[in-house]
Ligand binder design. Sequence first.
Ligand code: TTP
Ligand code: MG
Length: 315
Amino acid sequence: MTSREDPPWERVIVHADMDAFFAAVEILDDPSLAPLPIAIGGRSPRSVVATANYIARRYGVRSAMPMALARKKCPELVIVPPRMQRYREISQTVMAVFRRYATIVQPLSLDEAFMDVTEQATCYASPEAIGRAIKDDVLEATSGLRVSVGISNTKFVAKIASDFQKPDGLTIVHPFMVTAFLAPLPISALWGVGPKTAQRVEALGLKSIGDVARASDQDLRKLGRLGDQLKRLAQGIDHRPVTPPGPPKSVGWERTLEGNISATDDIAALLGPAADAVAGRLRRRSMLAEGVRVKLKTTDFDVLTRQSVLSSGTN
Ligand code: TTP
Ligand code: MG
């Protein structure tokens, strides 16, 4: 059946992202948590929130927020320690569902993936129908977890769309709606625009994606090569293909300490075990590292990194 609307979809790209993933898994395994505000993370003053359910989010609890602050914002917050093994197991179930719908699945993390369903979509009445089917299948395969789905003709727009009506969202952005959909969004939604770039773009008087889409070449030239790239994205042009995952680009290990340390010797003493853990992971995957990066987080949650390239590979 090929009853797709005009203009034709050159590609049908799906982005799917589980709702409050770690928290949703905990509620699945212990339904008594469902009516309560919950956050996943440790209890120590150092811990940060991995995620929170939508009830806790109403109090302002957010991912990456120090747990101490989260408890201030929501005194009744129930803190649940993470169970990574269980999240990985459910992630495999979810990714297996995705692979039933797409020849190419590109996982971005445990709970989200791009799918190119251009071929498969011809078997459905509409892109919306395939999105509905994916959502229903994830719900069934996981016995109750919900996924938000965005569908458009590019990765860029599909990803924004999956977030648009979270939780339990299904947002279809037809090719002819793309520029209108993007126009009111803030420039920070453009890929490649972090806080620093955002300042440079805003200094040109460009506040929304629509402003960038309409910007003069003269203004955009002030941003160098980035200017072109941003204008194309703002116009919904993004040719990047959905690509299957390759070997990992990095392997790491990190730990949050229970208390502060500041003596150089104390810090140095932690490098040995960290290097052992990383090397073990590399050896298990038969990989060699071409460089090393050390990351250090301060009491204020500032992150300092130092790195160097090695003269030969190591594990
Ligand atoms: P997200 O998809 O960013 O968040 P979410 O699934 O919890 O909520 P939603 O998508 O509905 O907004 O991340 C997926 C999981 O990754 C999340 O459940 C926990 C983990 N995570 C962290 O551990 N630390 C983080 O800072 C973030 C953002 C996520
Ligand atoms: Mg998610």
